[in-house]
Write a protein that binds this ligand. Structure first.
Ligand SMILES: Nc1ncnc2c1ncn2[C@@H]1O[C@H](COP(=O)(O)OP(=O)(O)O)[C@@H](O)[C@H]1O
Ligand SMILES: [Mg+2]
Length: 251
C-alpha cells in the first residue's frame, strides 16, 4: 500500500545551519501522528514541509506516491497555536471565506446559489465543532478554546487529506484542553482524517496519537552547533484499544 506521505532522506538547511537531516518516514492514511521534541528541533519546519510552504533542501516528499506540489493545496489544512483565523470576519464569514478562496481563487467571493451552499456547509461545520450558537461572533469576542474550534472548522471545511496541528492547545486552560481532545478525536474518527500534531505535552502526544515521533539531534558538534540537524530519533507506535478512544470521548 502506498503511504499517504513519504519522506525520503529529507534535509532542510538555512545557509550553513542544518535544521533537519535524513528524515525518512511514511505517514499512513488515517493515522494520528504526534510530534514531540525540544524547542528548535524543526517540528514546525516539518509541518511547513507537509503544508508545501517550503521545500526540502535535499530529498523528496511524496503524497500518494507523487511529489508534493510546492503550494498550500486544499488537500492540507492547518491550525496554529494562535492567529489562524481572520479577526475582521465573524465565525461564519471565516469559514465561508475558506470555501470562497478554494472555489473562486481569483475573486475570493461566491454569489447566488454557490454562496448559499457555502453558507449552509459552513454552518454545518461550525455545528460539528460546537459553535452553532456563535455564527455571528468575531474572534476577539471568543475564548481561546472557541477560537481554536473556529480554526479547526476553517481547516476542515475544505475536507483536507491531512490536518496539521501546531501546538494547537498549548495556550488553553486544562479543562478546555480536555474538551478539545474529545473534539479532535471525534473529528478524526468521523471524517477518517490523517492528522499530524506537534505538541510539547508528552502525555497529550500518547493519549491522542496512534504514533509518536520524537525529533532531536542524533549528533552534536560543541564547536559548531549548526552543523547537524534534527531527525526522528524515536518512532513509537501506540497500541490503542477501542476503549481508549471511548475514554477520550467520554472525558
Ligand atoms: N526561515 C528560517 N531561516 C533561518 N532559520 C530558520 C528559519 N525557520 C526556522 N529556522 C530555524 O530552524 C530551527 C527549527 O525551527 P522550528 O521548526 O520552528 O522548531 P520547533 O518548531 O521544533 O521549535 C530553529 O533553530 C529556527 O531558528
Ligand atoms: Mg514550533
Amino acid at each position: 500500500m502506498t503511504a499517504l506521505l513519504s519522506f525520503r532522506d529529507v534535509w532542510v538547511e538555512y545557509g550553513d545551519k542544518v535544521v533537519l537531516e535524513r528524515v525518512t518516514l511514511d505517514v499512513e492514511q488515517g493515522s494520528f501522528v504526534s510530534v514531540v521534541g525540544p524547542s528548535g528541533a524543526g517540528k514546525s519546519t516539518f509541518l511547513r514541509l507537509i503544508l508545501g510552504q517550503e521545500g526540502p533542501s535535499h530529498g523528496q516528499i511524496l503524497m500518494d506516491g507523487t511529489p508534493l506540489t510546492p503550494e498550500c493545496g486544499p488537500d492540507r489544512g492547518v491550525v496554529f497555536q494562535r492567529y489562524s483565523v481572520f479577526p475582521h470576519l465573524t465565525a461564519l464569514q471565516n469559514v465561508v471565506f475558506a470555501l470562497e478562496c478554494e472555489q473562486s481563487p481569483l475573486l475570493g467571493k461566491l454569489f447566488g446559489r454557490a454562496r448559499r451552499d457555502a453558507i449552509a456547509k459552513a454552518t454545518e461545520m461550525l455545528g460539528a465543532v460546537g459553535l452553532e450558537h456563535n455564527l455571528q461572533v468575531y474572534p476577539a469576542q471568543m475564548s481561546g478554546g472557541m477560537q481554536q474550534r473556529l480554526a479547526i472548522a476553517q481547516a476542515l471545511i475544505k475536507h483536507p487529506r491531512v490536518l496539521l496541528l501546531d501546538e494547537p492547545f498549548g495556550a488553553l486552560d486544562p479543562g478546555i484542553r480536555l474538551d478539545m481532545h474529545g473534539l479532535v478525536t471525534r473529528l478524526w474518527r468521523e471524517h477518517g482524517l490523517t492528522i499530524v500534531m506537534v505538541t510539547h505535552d508528552i502525555k497529550e502526544a500518547f493519549k491522542l496519537g496512534t504514533r509518536v515521533l520524537t525529533f532531536d539531534k542524533r549528533r552534536i558538534d560543541p564547536h559548531a552547533p549548526n552543523r547537524y540537524g534534527a531527525t526522528a530519533v524515536y518512532d513509537i507506535a501506540v497500541k490503542r484499544k477501542d476503549g481508549d478512544v471511548a475514554a477520550v470521548l467520554a472525558e
